[in-house]
Design a protein around this ligand. Structure first.
Ligand code: G1P
Length: 303
């Protein structure tokens, strides 16, 4: 177990997935680059890490992920063209993604699951606690979650996961936690974790959503974790070992999130995320809401 409690500065973002649910859009474009309104989904996630004070970002990528590196790098020709035109606001938007964080990339090579992706971060992370953010979950910046998790890690040590109550019929899509309450209303002690259980076997309706603050002890456990569900090395299985055996690098706490989360993992959720975020935008929202209102009225008249 790591005794010291250094400030967390590194974020790891697994981004090696093939994005098969969005084919053919993802044939030549990484799914992380699909726009959510006018920004690629992955930029929201990097912005969230930076907002929580984590400005060293490691992306775990794979083949065909070059556009991710280009997006967070300078684009001098484009910047030149925009500044010649005097288009300051677009110039700022283009520069924002390259100024955001210190980006690092490592390739996963042989994608063997989320646990394996996190293990690829070990040489970069070293012996420090670190955060993991999964790109399919967008957390509304008005409801900060990661900074709360960092606070809990700094107070309690060990690892901290993000949990959210879901309808029991949905729990088979998530890692699921058995928990005990703590003195803090939004913080629980995790006693057991199961990856994507059947509804009947789920110990609760608390789902892991894609934010983790991990003790570096997780790396040693991951090295010994056998492939689990889907024949993949599961991060949930490694965290279960930490939760069950405090000497291995526990404890594991959960922050129960009640804020706004947008799922961009499948096509229906992705569409809903775009509509919700577009409605809330100051520049696009008012007109888009008007459109939606008349669209819904027409739909209701038709049915
Ligand atoms: C992963 C994790 C799962 C977690 C989910 C959150 O699953 O393995 O425990 O609940 O992310 O989005 P995936 O959705 O990548 O299959």
């Amino acid at each position: 177990m790591t005794q010291s409690n250094p400030r967390i500065s590194k974020a790891v973002i697994p981004a090696a997935g093939l994005g098969t649910r969005f084919l053919p859009a993802t044939k030549a474009t990484p799914k992380e680059m699909l726009p959510v309104v006018d920004k690629p989904a992955i930029q929201y996630v990097v912005e969230e890490a930076v907002a929580a004070g984590l400005s060293d970002v490691l992306m775990i990528t794979g083949r065909n992920k070059r556009p991710l590196e280009d997006h967070f790098d300078r684009n001098y020709e484009l910047e030149e063209a925009l500044s010649r035109k005097g288009d300051e606001s677009r110039l700022k938007a283009v520069q924002a993604s390259s100024d955001l964080a210190t980006m690092h990339y490592v390739r996963q090579g042989d994608p063997r699951g989320l646990g394996h992706a996190v293990l690829c971060a070990a040489p970069h992370v070293g012996d420090q606690p670190f955060a993991v953010l999964l790109g399919d979950d967008l957390i509304d910046p008005r409801d900060p979650l990661l900074s709360r998790m960092v606070d809990v890690r700094e107070r309690e040590g060990g690892s901290v996961i993000a949990l959210m109550e879901v309808d029991p019929s949905q729990i088979h899509q998530y890692g699921c936690a058995a928990v005990e309450p703590t003195a803090d209303g939004d913080v629980v002690r995790v006693t057991q974790l199961v990856e994507k259980p059947e509804r009947a076997e789920a110990p609760s309706n608390l789902a892991i959503i894609g934010r983790y603050v991990l003790d570096p002890a997780v790396f040693a456990i991951l090295r010994e974790t056998e492939p689990g569900r889907g024949n993949e090395i599961q991060l949930t299985d490694a965290l279960q070992k930490l939760a069950a055996d405090e000497k291995a690098g526990g404890p594991v706490h959960g922050v129960v999130f009640k804020g706004r989360r947008y799922d961009t993992g499948d096509r229906g959720d992705y569409l809903r995320a775009i509509v919700r975020l577009a409605c809330e935008r100051e520049d696009l929202g008012p007109e888009f809401r008007d459109f939606l209102r008349s669209y819904v009225t027409e739909e209701m008249q038709r049915n």
